[in-house]
Design a protein around this ligand. Structure first.
Ligand SMILES: NC(=O)c1ccc[n+]([C@@H]2O[C@H](COP(=O)([O-])OP(=O)(O)OC[C@H]3O[C@@H](n4cnc5c(N)ncnc54)[C@H](O)[C@@H]3O)[C@@H](O)[C@H]2O)c1
Length: 252
């Protein structure tokens, strides 16, 4: 079937510059590959240098690697300087903390907040400033369905992701008049290394699936598709929104 031009043009990213953070693995990797497939030049940013190099070697004409650490402001500043004027920022790098609240180590608390919240906001602040100056661009964060649900042992993680959904609303409010859209994709349980702890426990895994109306965990591709929608002109009138992509888990 031939797609009508009005539709395919919306998803044509030829000549566009996209940056995907956390691109060395999981959701970020699938998203970087999809944007390359859609014609974009993609800065793939991550702290995992080796995995980044492997990714770039698969498609050297589409990808450019930037190694950085989202736990450090100076490193985020270097990333922002390296990518310059991008059209799309997929602000996706993040870490999970799985720790009962009464055993929470304060160093772990600080680390998760610094990567998932402070670091992600710092990057959007820096990239958004350049977008506002140009009057064009769009930013999409990765939140989590856990911004809406309670989930034992993930209090800090859930708090950082709820913070991101709230950040997105205000950034969209402030930058909308400058032509910048800011949104968030909130994945439910997705088959990536971040869920390794769960995948290694078959009983917990099958219990988790029972809670998902669509009867399966998400694939990284499911999330990549949502990012492409929110970055495309198909969502030109959507801003400040968190799109939950979770197979219906939050419904009950
Ligand atoms: N997989 C899920 O079930 C799920 C659910 C909800 C939200 N998320 C979110 O999706 C995003 C991607 O996670 P994923 O599931 O693909 O996990 P993943 O572990 O496969 O990928 C995360 C990537 O982020 C990078 N990263 C981590 N800390 C970093 C830092 N300090 N600086 C730079 N890069 C860093 C890692 O090296 C890795 O490549 C995260 O923000 C995560 O919180 C995932």
């Amino acid at each position: 079937m031939h797609l009508p031009a009005v539709f395919s043009n919306m998803f044509d990213f030829s000549g566009r510059q996209v940056c995907v953070t956390g691109a060395a693995s999981g959701i970020g990797r699938a998203t970087a590959v999809l944007f390359a497939d859609l014609g974009a030049q993609v800065f793939v940013a991550d702290r995992d240098e080796q995995a980044l190099q492997e990714l770039v070697s698969e498609r050297p004409s589409s990808f450019r690697a930037v190694v950085y650490d989202q736990a450090h402001t100076s490193s985020i500043e270097e990333l922002a300087a390296a990518i310059g004027d991008v059209d799309v920022l997929i602000n996706n790098a993040g870490i999970l903390l799985y720790e009962p609240l009464l055993q929470l180590k304060f160093s772990d608390l600080a680390k998760v907040v610094s990567v998932n919240l402070t670091g992600a906001i710092t990057l959007s602040r820096l990239v958004g400033e350049r977008m506002v100056a140009r009057g064009q661009g769009t930013i999409i964060h990765t939140g989590s369905q856990l911004a809406y649900n309670g989930a034992e042992f993930r209090s800090v993680y859930a708090a950082t992701k709820a913070g991101i959904s709230q950040f997105v609303k205000t950034a969209a409010l402030e930058w909308g008049p400058h032509g910048i859209r800011v949104n968030c994709v909130a994945p439910g349980r997705t088959l990536t290394p971040i869920n390794q702890h769960l995948l290694q426990q078959p009983e917990q895994y099958s219990e988790a699936i029972k809670r998902i109306p669509l009867g399966r965990f998400g694939q990284p591709q499911d999330m990549a598709n949502a990012f492409a929608f929110l970055a495309s002109d198909a969502s030109a009138y959507v801003t400040g929104h968190t799109l939950v992509v979770d197979g219906g888990w939050i419904l009950p």
